[in-house]
Ligand binder design. Sequence first.
Ligand code: ATP
Length: 263
Amino acid sequence: MWEQLRDGGGRNGRQVLVYKCLNSTNTTALNLAAEGAPSGTVVAADSQSAGRGRLGRKWQSPPGLGLYFSIIVRPRLGLSDLTKITLTAGLALRTAIFATSALKTRLKWPNDILWQGKKMAGILTECGAESAKGRPVIVGIGLNVNSGPDDFPAEIGQRGVSMRMAANLFYDRGRILAAVIEAVEREVKRLEKGEFTAILRDWRRWDASAGKRLTWLKPGGMPVCGISLGPDEDGVLRIKDAAGLIHQVISGDLRLRDEETRP
Ligand code: ATP
């Protein structure tokens, strides 16, 4: 099955390394980047045994059903621009899902793609060490493509969704992989040209949380409840609490109100 990935991803002469199983495509991509792999290199796997999410969480990556891949980019941007890259990749992923399936997904700051409130994809952006070639950034993407309801473990259950479940159709993973890679490359170029304001305008159109009640589980602090004002011009999320105070969210856990009943 993973030949399908190679056929789709390797178009346009870019290097796409496809593995049957990896611990984590981000870990392999970080290692390759440290060895000097060029910008645009893609590491994909049919399954991951220790797929990673934010905050040390696990990304479920069963074989034959999803896309798990990492793109090495070497943007001419600073470390503080990591959130901008995550938002940019999210917009690209949303665009590619729509282009290949007509599914209308929404974006949950900073890194999730939701369909009707359920998680279809996640992004994990990580930074490699600085070298003569600059600092590599790894954009890791996990997308549920052909999984069915029984393919999600109990702890995810109803909170996960795939393209197949949403559209009642099976998809060619290679074709989707190619579309996502192209979209990420295109949007990252836009970011490098200084067009983050325009990217953000597009991102906000699909914001799943804007105007909704959110709880922010602030690292090491009391939970903050309030209304999401969406990301500011630097991509930092703002939440307005009941007293009118505006909080800037840089990291931590965010729950949309309708997610709060989950275990
Ligand atoms: P959330 O906001 O949903 O808590 P997060 O943004 O903090 O997630 P992520 O890095 O996006 O964390 O993803 C990890 C979480 O996503 C896991 O803790 C699990 O709840 C959920 N998850 C793991 N694998 C999948 C999957 N294949 N499909 C949908 N959800 C998944």
